[in-house]
Design a protein around this ligand. Structure first.
Ligand code: SF4
Length: 301
């Protein structure tokens, strides 16, 4: 399917987004650094995006993977500093290399040529301006795959508005339903406050997930929620919010694969995997809310 763009002039969007880099307001951290001059804020990323790797990926949700895989681009660094990050080499230590807009566009086109079903931007929050520049080039050269925005869920609503009509599938995390725990474990004071606004804006733009006859996601919202031990993720409140304030038809991937990576085992309450009972309680609650009888993706190993 060729996406229908509400904004016909992506160039203008890209120019607007570039302005955000001068006194960086790209994400809710609002560091105010001049990234055009290579000043670095919390995401350690200057003028150019950095990529750790890109390629066909079969480890994502089945609606993204299909037969030929999701065309995944892993961006280096992150605007969150989660103590239990599974990809900390990339997100916190910045494994990767700088790419120009032309190089990033070429990666997207390479993935399309390899037969991938979509372009999956992993951790794109801090490089939205750079992505838009590359997207413009790639569109002119024939890119026509759905674009997946796969973020930690701590995005700026104003920046997301620049992506209205560009992103087809939003796939944010909802990590916690507590600002205090967001500060303790991810280093931002207002995670839950921001995350709720983010989900609403994403849903406003793309609505419920639409799956085509081949079983592939074409457009919509898919929320990922990683269950943490000792109810740290506030799963019940997260699911209640999604069911009551977003949509009961929301695709929610309730994930069980938590393990104490990176600095996780420095926190006693995070130093173990979740139990089957903890996971079942969350899934049962989702069902009780009327979520997911059709849409719930329960990835229990
Ligand atoms: S994108 Fe990076 S520099 Fe800009 S506000 Fe966010 S963390 Fe700070």
């Amino acid at each position: 399917m060729i996406p229908v763009y509400k904004h016909t002039n992506i160039k203008n969007l890209s120019i607007e987004a570039q302005k955000l880099l001068v006194h960086c307001m790209v994400c809710p951290r609002k560091c105010g650094v001049n990234r055009i001059k290579e000043e670095l804020g919390q995401c350690q990323t200057g003028k150019d995006a950095m990529v750790c790797s890109y390629g066909t990926h079969f480890g994502e949700e089945r609606e993204l993977v299909g037969l030929h895989g999701s065309g995944t681009i892993f961006f280096s660094y992150c605007n969150l500093h989660c103590v239990f990050c599974q990809n900390y080499d990339i997100s916190q230590r910045g494994e990767g290399y700088k790419v120009s807009a032309e190089q990033l566009a070429k990666m997207m086109l390479d993935l399309q040529n390899q037969g991938c079903h979509n372009i999956n931007l992993v951790s794109p929050t801090h490089i939205v301006p750079q992505f838009l520049q590359a997207f413009l080039i790639a569109k002119e050269k024939g890119l026509n795959l759905p674009i997946v925005y796969n973020s930690g869920g701590y995005d700026s609503v104003e920046t997301l508005q620049l992506l209205d009509g560009v992103i087809d599938i939003y796939m944010p995390d909802t990590k916690y339903s507590s600002n205090d725990l967001g500060e303790k474990y991810s280093g931002v004071k207002d995670y839950w406050t921001v995350n709720q606004l983010v989900l609403k804006e994403m849903y406003r733009q793309v609505g419920d997930l639409v799956i085509n006859k081949q079983g592939l996601a074409e457009q919509g919202l898919l929320v990922r929620h990683l269950v943490l031990p000792n109810q740290i993720a506030g799963s019940f409140e997260v699911l209640k919010f999604i069911a009551e304030e977003i949509s009961k038809n929301t695709y929610v991937n309730i994930m069980d694969q938590y393990r104490p990576c990176y600095l996780g085992d420095r926190f006693t309450e995070l130093s173990r995997r979740i139990t089957q009972q903890e996971y079942n309680e969350v899934v049962n609650f989702a069902h009780k809310l009327g979520l997911g009888l059709r849409n719930l993706l329960c990835n229990h190993e």
